[in-house]
Design a protein around this ligand. Structure first.
Ligand SMILES: NC(=O)c1ccc[n+]([C@@H]2O[C@H](COP(=O)([O-])OP(=O)(O)OC[C@H]3O[C@@H](n4cnc5c(N)ncnc54)[C@H](O)[C@@H]3O)[C@@H](O)[C@H]2O)c1
Length: 397
């Protein structure tokens, strides 16, 4: 059955692809967002960020008149399902800004209807769903479900149809309504309690974040022994299933992994320090690059080129990218830094010019096309990811 769906935060990295998937299944979708900067661009068929298959889905949705963009509260009540996908960042002390999220909910409540099906999709601090539920209940609204998003950024459209969708809620009726809605875009649903769903989301990201911190630690141990970690890792995983998930070393950045690990740390009042330790290792990885440059060049003030300014490969999102922290640290130490990232308009410094001009090149993000890049042996290459042939063998001259 085709439904009508309003997505709050509908122009963001999670809301927009989700809206396009629903629209391409025939649902009528309103992308509701208080930031209308990209409205015209989207209505002209262009996504404001990289999303695999995004343009195809967007153009089909526009052709079939299945999406509209709006930000007027009065229209909220027209929609049967309301999916909340707004951001849930941390503050400057790494505490979740739950107040902002709850304030946003307060601002929508006067426009919700009793019969509407409200779905939270943002990654939230455990207990926030209960708070939202108690606010809604005062208005006699009881249809609330929490359905966390578990895609990797840039691949929503490709992954959502195959990923099992966790669905949790406060009564069977709303769980049934939300399950039916998600079964129109994904093959499998898994029902859980609300607290389980909140923890599943945070555990999933913390698991990945801790995994990266272990790889980053392994890397520093092996390089201290003069052994290239990526070469070693490939030998570890070859034909040995149990090791196959050991990640490459490199920057673990972006708006989700650190944030959700810190939410978990805060929620669990972590006494072991395991989550903070992962944060120190991953966020401190820029020091490792800096020290490599310093030990190679000493006080010589060379020019360093950073390839890759996005927070991860093959996307154009710079939110919480560690490349910027690295740039700042290098500059504070007197080095001249130039940056390039062909996915990001502001950083279109030509790769070849950067390679010619700089004495040291750091591949900070393993964008696909960097695999083919040729770096002369005379340059000091730091290729932690082991993406180039040269870097796979050794991270030195
Ligand atoms: N980006 C990811 O890969 C990813 C993956 C899984 C889960 N999540 C979670 O999904 C949520 C959204 O993340 P995102 O990356 O899409 O963030 P985003 O910043 O790209 O998008 C959020 C959107 O919400 C809009 N918005 C904020 N407040 C609003 C309001 N009061 N009314 C209307 N619109 C409002 C913003 O303008 C923005 O367009 C977060 O909780 C995040 O942790 C993100």
């Amino acid at each position: 059955m085709k439904d009508n769906i309003l997505i709050i935060g509908g122009l963001g990295h999670i809301g927009l692809p989700l809206g396009l998937i629903f629209a391409n299944k025939g649902h009528d979708v309103c992308l509701f967002d208080n930031n209308q900067n990209n409205k015209e661009m989207i209505l002209n068929g262009h996504l404001p960020f990289i999303e695999e298959k995004g343009d195809v889905y967007l153009n089909k949705a526009i052709r079939n008149k299945k999406i509209v963009i709006n930000n007027e509260n009065m229209i909220i009540k027209k929609y049967k399902h309301v999916i909340i996908c707004i951001g849930t960042p941390l503050d400057e002390y790494l505490n979740p800004k739950t107040d902002d999220f709850l304030r946003a909910i307060d601002s929508f409540i006067p426009f919700f209807k009793k019969s509407q099906n409200i779905i939270i999709r943002s990654s939230i601090f455990p207990g926030v769903c209960d708070l939202v539920y108690s606010k809604l209940k005062k208005k006699k609204i009881t249809n609330l479900t929490y359905c966390p998003e578990r895609i990797v950024q840039g691949k929503s459209i490709v992954e959502i149809p195959y990923l099992p969708q966790i669905i949790s809620g406060y009564d069977n009726n709303s769980i049934r309504k939300t399950s039916n809605l998600f079964l129109s875009i994904t093959k499998k649903i898994i029902i859980s309690s609300v607290r389980e769903a909140e923890l599943i989301k945070l555990f999933s990201n913390a698991w990945r974040y801790l995994g990266f911190s272990i790889a980053n630690q392994f890397m520093q141990i092996s390089e201290n022994e003069g052994i290239n970690y990526e070469g070693l890792r490939l030998k570890m995983v070859e034909g040995y299933e149990r090791n196959k998930n050991i990640p490459k070393a490199g920057f673990a950045a972006g708006p989700c992994l650190l944030k959700d690990t810190m939410q978990l740390s805060s929620f669990s009042k972590d006494k072991s320090g395991i989550f903070s330790m992962a944060m120190l290792i991953n966020e401190g990885f820029t020091d490792y690059y800096l020290e490599k440059i310093k030990s190679e060049f000493g006080k010589k003030k060379i020019k360093v080129g950073i390839l890759g300014m996005a927070f991860k490969q093959d996307i154009d999102d710079i939110r919480d990218s560690l490349s910027f922290k690295l740039k700042k640290q290098l500059e504070l130490n007197g080095y001249t830094v130039v940056c390039s990232d062909y996915n990001i308009d502001k950083y279109t410094y030509k790769e070849q010019t950067l390679i010619n001009e700089c004495q040291s090149i750091i591949i900070a993000v393993p964008h696909k096309s960097y695999k083919k890049i040729k770096i002369p042996k005379s340059k000091f290459l730091i290729d932690t990811w082991g993406i180039t042939k040269h870097g796979k063998r050794q991270n030195q001259r």
